[in-house]
Design a protein around this ligand. Sequence first.
Ligand code: ADP
Ligand code: ADP
Length: 228
Amino acid sequence: MAEITLKNAVKKYGDGYPAINDVSLDIKDGEFMIFVGPSGCGKSTLLRMVVGLEDITSGDLLIDGKRVNDLSPKERNLSMVFQNYALYPHLSVFENIAFPLRLSKGTHSEEDIRSKVNAASDMLELGEHLERKPANLSGGQRQRVAMGRAIVRDADAFLFDEPLSNLDAKLRGQMRTEIARMQRRLGVTTIYVTHDQTEALTLGDRVTVLKKGVLQQCASPRELYDQP
Ligand code: ADP
Ligand code: ADP
C-alpha cells in the first residue's frame, strides 16, 4: 500500500501545450481513485508518469512522502494494467501471470512462484485455464490474466488504464464486481482511468476530473454525479 502525491506536476511532450498542467493531488493509502475526462485530457499520460514510463517535466511525484521523480519503474514498485492487456501470446496463462516474478530473477523460488500464481488465479477464477494460451481465451478471461499479472507481486499500488473498455456490457458488469471485490480484499491503492460513469460510481472512493491537462475537480462519486 502506498500514498501517492503529485505536487504541481507538469508533463510536456516536446515544446507543445502541456499534457499535464500543474496537477496537485494526494491519493491516500488504500484509496480507489478514478480519473475521468475527455479523450486527450491527459489521463494516460498521468498514469504513465506515476508508474515511471514518462518523465515529469517539472513538479514532484512522491510515494509515501518520498520523492520518486528519478526512480525507474522497477524501483517504484507499482503495477499497471494496460487497455490492450499486453499479454504474451506464446506463453500460457500460468507463465503470463508468473512473468513479473520471473523478471526479478533469483528472488522467487519455483515453489514460491507456483503458490503466488495459484493464489492470484484462484482469486480471479482462472484456475482451470492455466495451461491455455491467450488466443484461446475470452475477452473477460484475458482481462483477468492481465489483472493476475498485476496482482501476483506485492506492488504498492495498481494502475488501470480503461481495463474494461474492450469488453461487452455483460462482461464489463461482471468484471466491475470482481475488481471491487479484489480491491476490497487486497486494500491496495488503485488509480483507475475510465470513461464509464457506472464504473466511476461503483468503484471509486473519489473521482478526479481532468480537462486539457488541468485538474477540474476531485470529489466523491456522489458529490460529483449528484446522487441522492
Ligand atoms: P487521454 O489518456 O486522456 O486520452 P493522453 O494522456 O493520451 O490523454 O494525451 C494527452 C495529450 O498529450 C494529448 O494532447 C496527446 O496528443 C498528447 N500526447 C500523448 N502522448 C504523446 C506523445 N508520446 N507524444 C506527444 N504527445 C503526446
Ligand atoms: P531496469 O530498471 O532494469 O532498466 P525498468 O524498471 O526500466 O528496468 O523496466 C523495464 C521496462 O519494463 C520499462 O521500460 C517498462 O516498459 C516496463 N515496466 C517496468 N515496470 C513497469 C510497470 N510497473 N508497469 C508497466 N511497465 C513496466
